[in-house]
Design a binder for this molecule. Structure first.
Ligand code: ADP
Ligand code: MG
Length: 207
């Protein structure tokens, strides 16, 4: 499905889509948070971009692990440790690999979700990034089992993540900063679920 060079290209694309949507993500965080999600994510991915040239030739696990470390150290807010842990756990699954197939990709995504849940303890329905991640991974698993090509199952994943984002509009936040506004969080989409969808779109765009 992908080799080291393509992984680096995809990470560049993630940084690009986060940068383009930084203001949008920050604005989403205004009514239910502290108005910084896009700023946080963009800061993190700028550091990732700076460090990418030094990762050429490294295995996929090492690349993902470094991305995670950069995000933990620079993103700040709750999303830094959450996304950071996701990439570090993803890196552990890909350790030593220079090529990953569709099944490896699913294992990587499962590990990323596991990292987010280990750190943040959020289940489905708490209005967090988990509400985009879980349906997206389920849809991609189904696609892989059906023998779909990456371009196809990734498209399914993005569609499911977007539905997850829509779902976050209908529920009350019970985790993270948005939980402080309680019922007033209804009607607003979750910034982290939205940024995850952009990250997945960056992966899908490579296929
Ligand atoms: P902060 O809330 O510290 O300002 P950000 O604004 O960067 O951090 O990120 C907010 C996003 O983090 C939320 O939209 C939500 O998706 C995600 N988030 C917050 N807490 C959790 C959690 N416990 N588990 C999963 N995701 C969470
Ligand atoms: Mg915030």
């Amino acid at each position: 499905m992908t080799d080291n060079t393509k992984v680096i290209e995809i990470i560049k694309a993630m940084a690009g889509i986060i940068h383009e949507n930084a203001q949008f993500l920050t604005d989403l965080d205004a009514p239910i948070g502290d108005n910084d999600h896009g700023i946080n994510m963009d800061r993190g991915f700028r550091k990732v971009l700076e460090d990418l040239p030094g990762l050429e030739g490294k295995d996929i696990g090492a690349i993902l692990k470094k991305v995670g470390m950069d995000l933990v150290s620079t993103v700040g807010g709750s999303s830094g440790p959450l996304y950071g842990t996701a990439f570090m756990k993803a890196g552990a699954v890909a350790a030593g690999k220079n090529e990953i197939d569709a099944n490896d990709f699913i294992a990587i995504m499962d590990a990323a979700l596991g990292g987010v849940q280990l750190r943040g303890k959020a289940e489905k329905g708490e209005k967090t990034m988990v509400d985009a991640m879980i349906p997206a991974i389920e849809a991609m698993k189904k696609g892989v089992e059906e023998g779909k090509a990456p371009g196809e199952f990734l498209k399914d994943g993005v569609a499911a993540a977007k539905e997850g984002v829509e779902y976050t509009k209908t529920i009350i936040a019970t985790k993270g900063r948005a939980s402080y506004v309680g019922e007033r969080s209804i009607g607003h989409q979750d910034p982290g679920a939205t940024s995850f969808t952009f990250v997945l779109e960056a992966i899908a765009a490579a296929y």
